[in-house]
Every structure is written in C-alpha cells, then in structure tokens.
Design a protein around this ligand. Structure first.
Ligand code: AMP
Ligand code: MG
Length: 404
C-alpha cells in the first residue's frame, strides 16, 4: 500500500501551476494573482469628510456652543468651491472634499440651525469641540501610490476585487481558471430518472464531483455517465483530454473484471495505479493523457468524495496557483469514540463538529461510516484523521480536516 503523503507528493509534483494570463478584473473573481499588484492611485484621492456635518476651523469651536455663519454647502461628488474663513463653516456631506480653510468636521448631530442674521446670512449653532483632523479622512490613508497591495498567491475574493476596482486596476495577471471534465462510469448507473431495472442504481458521484469542482473554483465540463465499454470510454477520454485541463472520473479503478477505466487508461495514458494506505478511498489512479492530468477516483460514493478531497482538490488548487492546498486542519476533542481496527491504514472518518463552551472544537462520528453510505457522510463537517490502531477514545484529541 502507498502512504498517503507519498501519493500526494507524487500527484502535486505532476500538477504544477498553469501559465498565468492577463484578464480584465471583472473576469478574475475567485482566481489567484500571479503577480504583485502595485497601486497607481491614492485612496481616498483627496481629504474628505467622514460625517455629515459642518466643516470648521477647529479653533473656532474651542469654546462651545458657538454660532457660525454658513457660507456654503458641499455634497459628495462636488468639487470644493469657497473657503472656510474665521467664524465661518460649510455644511458638508460624507465623502465630500474638505474645503480649504477647514481642518475638522462637527457632526450634524451637534448642530442647530438658527435664523438668518440681519444681513440674511445663514447661521448654525455648534455644540461640540473637535480637534484638528476630527472626522476627516486623509488622502491616501487607505492606499498610497506605489503601495504593494497584494502579492502573488492571493485569491481574488470579493473584497480584494473591490480594492482592485478602487485603485483602477483594470487588468490582472492571474492563474487561469481550470476547465475540468467529470464523468462517472458503470453499466449499473442510471442518471435520467427512469425506473430502476434489476441491478441498476442511481448515479451520485458525477453530480457530487461536479459540485465539488465548482466549489473549488473550476469550470466543469459534464461528461455524464459512460458505459463500461472500452471503445466508448476511450473516445470520451480522448475528447476530454483535447478539450480540458484535467479529467476527474469515478469508478472502475479497482481490481474487478469490469474495471474498464483501468483497462482503457492503461492502454492510452501514462498511469500509476495505487492502493493507498487509507480508508475509505484505497484504490486511486493518477496519470496523464496527452499531458492532461487524469484523476481516477474509486466508484464507491464516499470513497469518491474522500479521494477527491485528499488527492484531486489539492492538485487542482496547485494548478490554479493556490499555495494553501489542503483543507484547514485543527485539533479536536473526541466526544464519541472513533473506533477502528488495526490494518496498516489511516482512516478518514467523517465527523460532525461544533465549538463547545470550552472554546474547543468537539467531534463525533456521523452515524454510518460505510464507503457506500453517502447520505451519512453528506452531513459531515470534517474528517477525523485516525491513525492505525484501535481508534481514539472519548476525551482524547484528534486532528481533523474542516470540510467547509
Ligand atoms: P467501481 O469502482 O466501479 O467498482 O464501483 C464501486 C461501487 O461504487 C459499486 O457499488 C458501484 O455501483 C458504485 N458506483 C460507481 N460509480 C458510482 C456512481 N457514479 N454513483 C453511485 N455509485 C457508484
Ligand atoms: Mg464500476
């Protein structure tokens, strides 16, 4: 049996990051930067008010209440016109540029509009003293020109995309989104909703894997279910290799007579067949077909899921430029015994987890651990990594991989 770490290292080694491309920012959401982003603009671009209120000379409000003459009004988007002289103020809205002369803003909550004076000038009474700079957002206090904002390896989250927009970064150099073909194999699989004939089951893996690929940020090319027919499978796989950056298939990689994926890939691709020292997901195949990585996942649905998590997802992430490849791992407290038998394998037991009053993450196994029991696994929050032996007792610690 192949230790998991060896298999993972081999697969990752064979899946280097793809050649970066330059894309318009609005098409780069979710992708990973392939270069540092240096700002060419200042944010905010000018000193502006953080509040709706009155732009003042702070010296004028040293003693309050004080009555000032309102010499203008300025909204966000307007250019400042007019200056604030001694004894004067300009009514200002959030985001509007600070008028010359003023050095602080008194919030509107501390103002009271007065009757106009004899000359018809608008007057306001202010009841808060403010220091110079109060409620003023300085030009460049978020971003300055020349600042290195984001480094290679940063994922363009919505907030990052927002920052890129705020500095007018129209184009970004990123690792391209992967186009990944997914297929299930097996004569027993029904996908179209028709009544089941004896021996038939409903397909689940391709549906699940397509969703997992989407969640991992890949574009999915859904090849559906392929019969256990060598010629048909060869045609589909060759087509996928010509059209996609990677291929994920489920089923047909173990030792059975009808493991057609194995027969076909052995003939047309450069494959490594593994019996991994883990449970579930012992059989696994990886290789290249016309240079395109092929992940041959086992057919049992839970095995398929675990195999994708441990083998395919990290490799696909690497191809997309991510540097954090594995799921986040935390140490959890075992609330319900994680029982197993010694057999030389590491078990990835599906668990439900929660943060308890002690501030620690506690886990208990989902109620069925069979590799065909996807319904139980679907409720899992994490996978507990249970080393070879007889399991882990209540109250002991276990490392878990968080799935969400
Ligand atoms: P295989 O790896 O092809 O030998 O399949 C192992 C087990 O998983 C068998 O019981 C299959 O019927 C089942 N299986 C294979 N592919 C799927 C699928 N796409 N959806 C649901 N079950 C599957
Ligand atoms: Mg099969």
């Amino acid at each position: 049996m192949t230790p998991l770490e060896d298999a993972q290292a081999f697969v990752l080694e064979s899946c280097p990051p793809r050649t970066p491309v330059t894309l318009p920012r609005e098409r780069a959401g979710g992708l990973v930067l392939a270069d540092v982003v240096v700002s060419t603009e200042t944010v905010p671009p000018f000193d502006n008010s953080a509040m709706d209120g009155y732009a003042v000379r702070s010296a004028d409000v040293a003693t309050v209440p004080v009555d000032l003459t309102v010499v203008g009004e300025i909204a966000a988007g307007a250019a400042p016109d007019g200056e604030v002289g001694p004894g004067e103020t300009i009514r200002i809205m959030t985001g509007a540029p600070m008028p010359p002369g003023a050095d602080a803003v008194v919030m509107v909550e501390y103002s009271e509009r007065l009757d106009a004076d004899a000359a018809g000038n608008e007057r306001v009474r202010l009841s808060e003293s403010v220091a110079a700079g109060a409620a003023v957002r300085r030009a460049g206090d978020d971003v300055v020109v020349g600042e290195e904002l984001f480094f290679e390896g940063t994922q363009i989250t919505p907030a990052v995309e927002g920052v890129l927009a705020s500095v007018n970064a129209q184009q970004v150099k990123v690792y391209p989104r992967l186009r990944v073909a997914v297929l299930s194999t097996g004569d027993e699989l029904i996908i179209d909703g028709s009544p089941l004939e004896p021996g038939q089951i409903r397909e689940s893996n391709k549906t699940m894997l397509a969703g997992m690929l989407t969640a991992a940020g890949c574009d999915v090319v859904d090849l559906g279910v392929v019969r256990d027919d060598e010629a048909e499978l060869e045609r589909v796989l060759r087509g996928a290799a010509a059209d996609c950056d990677a291929i994920v298939s489920s089923g047909g990689v173990s030792m059975g007579d009808y493991d057609v994926v194995k027969a076909v890939l052995a003939k047309i691709a450069d494959m490594t067949w593994m019996q991994m020292a883990i449970k579930p997901a012992k059989p696994f195949a990886f290789g290249k077909l016309d240079g395109v990585p092929v992940f041959g996942l086992p057919g049992n649905p839970v095995s398929s899921m675990v195999s994708f998590e441990l083998m395919a997802r990290p490799a696909l992430r690497r191809m997309m430029g991510h540097t954090q490849l594995a799921r986040t791992s935390v140490v959890a407290i075992v609330d319900h015994e994680l029982r197993r038998a010694p057999d030389g394998k590491v078990y990835f037991m599906r668990v439900n987890g929660h943060f308890a009053d002690d501030g620690r993450y506690h886990v208990a196994p989902v109620n069925a651990q069979g590799s065909h029991q996807l319904a139980a696994t679907a409720s899992a929050d994490a996978m507990a990594i249970v080393p070879d032996g007889t399991g882990i007792e209540v109250g002991s610690e276990v490392a878990v991989l968080l799935l969400h």
